[in-house]
Write a protein that binds this ligand. Structure first.
Ligand code: NAI
Length: 258
């Protein structure tokens, strides 16, 4: 049994993952804005520093894994916050905890991407590069030029950036070389408070009209099941992979793009 950190553990998929890990006898350090062990706002650098330090104290120098599920959905007007939480709320925390993962010997880390990374048009590549380089102001300026779609573009750009970051880190000496497995899960629409708020918003009709071969949304429990597999010994040979669990949208939109 191990010690795992789960960001976004108060709601939706992160909560389902934390419950599954605890039910299997593990210790879970939840990080979120409320109702968890470590209360921290990942949209600010002070909040991220607090999360890094408090988790470090509670973990005692060793972490068997992490689920990085805290995230904000697409919404116009909060492009900067989306970048802070969805990108820096993953990259800064994981880099700080790398030594604790390495200390475990065979730690597994799962980061939440999204199938919006392959299904959202008009995401400026330069904005993605800037997000990866920590130039958030420049990235956000560029994203806001996509008038009318800046929310979805900010969301997709943040998830592309964090996916690229994970794939680069995953294969490096400090990660794969240290026995740490870092992989990404890319869900399609999953019925959680995040999706519900999109359905209730002005873009709800677009979300409903999006092609979904499964004809039903996923559930948090289904995604948690995949995450638990990605944290298990079955993932010893899984390195820098992106596991798409999306009801078929990605395959429908780009069947030959592989
Ligand atoms: P959710 O809204 O149910 O849970 C997200 C959690 O992140 C919440 O508990 C929230 O408080 C936390 N969070 C948000 N901002 C934070 C901040 N500043 N500091 C600390 N915690 C913060 O969402 P859901 O659906 O469970 O999403 C989990 C992950 O899955 C997210 O990264 C999301 O982008 C991703 N995802 C979700 C999809 C969906 O359709 N639900 C589809 C594709 C990806």
């Amino acid at each position: 049994m191990g010690t795992y950190v789960v960001t976004g553990a108060a709601s939706g998929i992160g909560k389902a993952c934390a419950e599954r890990l605890r039910a299997a006898g593990n210790s879970v350090i939840g990080v979120d804005l409320h109702d968890v062990e470590v209360i921290a706002d990942l949209s600010t650098s002070g909040g991220r520093r607090a999360a890094i330090g408090k988790v470090g104290d509670l973990a005692g120098g060793r972490l068997d894994g992490a689920v990085m599920a805290a995230g904000l959905g697409p919404a116009a007007g909060r492009e900067r916050m989306i970048a802070e939480v969805n990108v820096l709320g993953v990259t800064e925390l994981l880099d700080s905890w790398q030594a604790a993962f390495a200390a475990a010997g065979d730690a597994k880390v799962v980061v939440f991407g999204s199938n919006s990374t392959t299904t959202t048009p008009m995401v400026p590549k330069r904005a993605v590069r800037r997000l990866m380089g920590g130039e958030l102001d420049a990235a956000v300026r560029q994203i806001r030029r996509r008038r009318g779609v800046s929310g979805p573009v900010a969301y997709a750009a943040s998830k592309i950036a964090v996916t690229h970051w994970c794939r680069a880190r995953a294969v490096s000496d400090d990660w794969a070389g240290a026995g740490v497995r870092l992989n990404v899960i890319a869900p399609g629409p999953v019925m959680t408070p995040l999706l519900q708020s999109q359905l209730d918003s002005g873009t709800g009709s677009q979300v409903r009209a999006f092609p979904l071969p499964s004809r039903r949304f996923g559930t948090a429990e289904q995604i948690a099941e995949w995450v638990l597999t990605m944290l298990s010994p079955a993932a010893d040979f899984l390195v820098g992979s992106v596991i798409v669990v999306d009801g078929g949208t990605d395959a429908l939109i780009r069947p030959g793009d592989w």
